[in-house]
Structure formats: C-alpha cells, structure tokens
Design a protein around this ligand. Sequence first.
Ligand code: FSX
Ligand code: SF4
Ligand code: F3S
Length: 373
Amino acid sequence: MYDDRDTQFETNVETRFGVSRRDFMKFCAAMAATMGLPKGADAQIAEAITKKERPSVIWLHHQECTGCTESLLRSEHPTLDKLILDIISLDYHETVFAAAGHQAEAARKAAIEKNKGKYLLVVEGAIPLKDGGIYCKIGGQTSLELTRECAQHAAAVVAIGSCASWGGMPSTPPNPTGSAGVGEALGRKDIVTIPGCPPNPYNFLATIVHFLTFGALPAVDAKGRPTFAYGRLIHDNCERRAHFDAGRFALEFGDPGHRKGYCLYKLGCKGPETYANCPSILFNDVGTGSWPVGTGHPCIGCTEKHIGFEKPIHALADLKTNPPTGYPRIVEEQGTGATLASAALVAGVAGLAVGAGMKIAGNLGKSEPKDGE
Ligand code: FSX
Ligand code: SF4
Ligand code: F3S
C-alpha cells in the first residue's frame, strides 16, 4: 500500500504528473466520490494510478463535433488533461495525435498488435450504416470497418458521448446517413456508454480509473451506462426541485419566476425523464450552478435517446419520478388550477396514481408567480 506521507511518492507524483501531492490526492478523492465508493477508495485509486501500467487506449472519431474530447481536455483546468494523458497511454487519437496519414494508421495497428486483449477502445461519434457506411471514412476505411477491426482485440469498448452511445445528433430523424451508436453498429450489448453531448469528463475519467484500479469496468444499467453516473433522474437532484414540488414555475425566459430561479419544467425541462448526475457533479469546475438548469436553461435530455435532439425543447417532459403516496385527497376548487385530466395531458402523467397525480396536477396548474410568492 502506498503511504501518502512518503517523500518518494510525493516526488514521483510531482515529477510524473506535474501536480502537487495535494492536488493529486484531491483528484483521486474526486474520482472515488464520483463513483460513490467508500472511504479508503481514494488510496486504492492513488496506488493504481501511480504503480500500475498505464492502459493502452485507442480512440476513434466518427460522426461528431469533437466536443467530447474538447470537454475532456478543456483548458480551464490545467491539471486534468495532464492527468488523463498520464493515466492512460493514448496510442491513437486523431485530434491530439502529432502523427498523420500512414504514420498514424501504422501506430494504431502497432498498438493493437502489442496490446492484444488488453487495450481499451474508446469510440467518439456515431457510425453511419446506410449505403455500406460510405458517409464517414478514415484512412480509406469506413467507420464501421475501422471500429470492427479495433474492437476485435479490445479488452473493453467504451462509447463516449451520445453520438457513440445511441447515435446522438447525427441520428436525428430523418437520419440521412443511417447513423447508429457503437453497440447497434457492432451488434454488441457489452459496451459501456457515457452519453451526454458532451458527457461530463469526470464520468468518463471515473470509468477509466475504475478499470485501472479494479481491473473491470463499473456496473452499468440496461443501456450500458455506469449506474454511479446515470442511476438517478436529474429531477431528483435538481436544486430547483423544491419549486417544482411547490408549483412555482418560470413560464417565459426572463419572467419573474425565471429570474427567481423557479422550476423550468414549463419551459420544457427534460430533467424529469433524463437520467444523469449533472446537478451533482456540475461542469467545468467553476462552482455552484454550472450546469444547464443551473444557468437558467431547461435540460434538453442530451443523455437520452428519443429525447435529446428529438423531442422539441419546449415540449413538456414525461414525469418519471414516483410521486409520494401520502398526498391528501384533493377537492378541486373552481377556477383555482387545472383539472386532473388537463394537467395529466400537459405533464404526460396519465399513468400516475390518481391521488398523487391530482396533487401534481394542482401544482402544474399554477400560473405566473406573483412577487413574494
Ligand atoms: Fe459532440 Fe462528441 Fe455531442 Fe457527439 O460529444 S458534444 S456531437 S455527443 O460525439 O463530440
Ligand atoms: Fe429541475 Fe427541471 Fe425538475 Fe424543474 S423540471 S426541478 S428545473 S430538473
Ligand atoms: Fe444534458 Fe440535461 Fe445534463 S441537457 S448536460 S442531461 S442537464
């Protein structure tokens, strides 16, 4: 076991990663917290990162905007990119690779040969399947051929971003190039997906760190998403949730409710049907409120197939949260709120228990907040 007071450890961390021991341990603690691991896991992570061989990673790009890579290597956090590049051995990555053309392709083949059965394949971007996959080619091969070739000997395949996870933006109807996620393209169900457009870099990093520390990828849900990151609805951790429960909604951008930080449900927030940890881990390390809803914009459900890029931004979300069962019987008063039927229609909650549905219906029926409300 490593000893974090060890001066040798301190020197190694500083020389190898270019960060102080303190920053390094903070990073390990953040990784452990992201994955919801118990106390002591940060030490295990620190030991794995400093002592184990860096896993070889081959990173493919297909139909996408490179936002996944950009968010991972963002410049606001000078130590993060350094740490990533020192935790993994990035043997092929079209965006950050210095090599080009035949040289780059030779490096990819050499890395596969050298690390057969041990390397991680990270895929960014959707794979076009229509017309033999001709709509995206790299080095003369279609995305599909390239992905098949690289996946064949990989220890595991990780799809980063919504494009690679389920098709994302390129697969938006009418999907002219027949774009699909990696799992669908390869006909495999064992692919770990980190959806989001872009995904939170900590979710990707934590997945890689889990692989490095425990020799296996983290537990996933039915869509291949790590449960530590996608196990809860956004709506359940949102800082505006109390406003939702109390029926206080922004009705227009810039109205009094919006300025007061009320719930964005009626502006089309998809938090009630979107699974992700955005409100808990935030983005870009700039502090409170640094996530879509925190900045005043409704969540567009970018992690979810058939919601992000497909459901109109203004359309109301389906409410997936199980409502409490103990609401009192509601007697509808004339002129003070929506009927259950109309509110259920508005909220798409036809399947909810009637009592709870009525409570929600009453709240959803509230109108423009008054000053001081
Ligand atoms: Fe872009 Fe990545 Fe969106 Fe897609 O992120 S941020 S279009 S998920 O593949 O580059
Ligand atoms: Fe937050 Fe959106 Fe849920 Fe409102 S509807 S509480 S803004 S996630
Ligand atoms: Fe995407 Fe919604 Fe999070 S839009 S980044 S899932 S808050």
